[in-house]
Design a protein around this ligand. Sequence first.
Ligand code: NDP
Length: 282
Amino acid sequence: MTDKYAVIGNPIAHSKSPQIHKMFAEQTGQDISYEAILAPPDGFAATVERLRKAGYKGCNVTVPFKFEAFKLANDVSNEVIDAIDSGDKADAVNTLDFRNYKIASYNTDGIGLVNDIEQNLKVSLKNKRILLIGAGGAAAGVLHPLLEASQSPLVIYNRTLKKATSLKKTVEQHDKFRLFSIKAVEFGGLRDEQFDVIINATSAGLTDSEIPLPATIFAPSALAYDMMYGRETPFMKFAREHGASVVADGLGMLVEQAAESFRIWRGIRPDTAPVIAALRNQ
Ligand code: NDP
């Protein structure tokens, strides 16, 4: 029997996830279906319940429901599985697993980002100075895996200082990250620092808004990474013009995080390279 999965979001029509999971299923011979489901802003929990009752095995969660998904999973199940990143550190999750009559939750965004940077782009994060721009759900989800990979100080740079400070505080609650210095800086507050890896985890690109960055921010050989995909953002353009040696969009991350969700559900990890290549050629 075909096992059913879905991605829940609002908006959702633009999502590439159904296409990605279809390619994964074909490649691995798994009998699954995967659809995009639009939930009303106040209807996330009801949508999850409907899917569970209809026998779905799991789902992905996207904007704006990632924080709600974390709460829901923790309300329904006390037994949060920590296979990758259960989301207990991020408070935001993108993958739910409905097996065993519980809801297990995971955040695969972080591992997706790290895999894309280290394996696909061949840029090691170890000991790199990282600037993480943004303090929303995406930034929260990738912060811990970035610190694990870099083992270095990190700066969170956000338009609203309060959100950056609050994200910094949640990280510092975890013993293993106390060793690293994490700074929260408001837009306009960066001076002479340079960074090896600058990641744009804001949605500024959606409205073609510029991120205020000093012209000298990119260290030699720096990577500029925008989590958005589909077009060149003002951040990517700025990076190209101001010395970043690698400039990447978030398509690879999208496919890598999907591969980790697929692995959680199906126990098999698809090969991501042909899927990234197929999407790039569209
Ligand atoms: P949230 O709404 O949770 O957070 C938005 C963030 O963007 C906040 O830090 C906000 O700053 C900032 N922001 C929004 N508009 C502007 C602007 N005009 N100028 C400067 N900063 C702005 O969104 P998410 O964190 O969930 O998503 C962020 C982006 O990451 C989206 O574009 C999403 O598509 C992408 N993403 C990509 C993934 C991938 O796999 N490639 C996975 C997950 C996300 P403030 O706090 O001041 O409001």
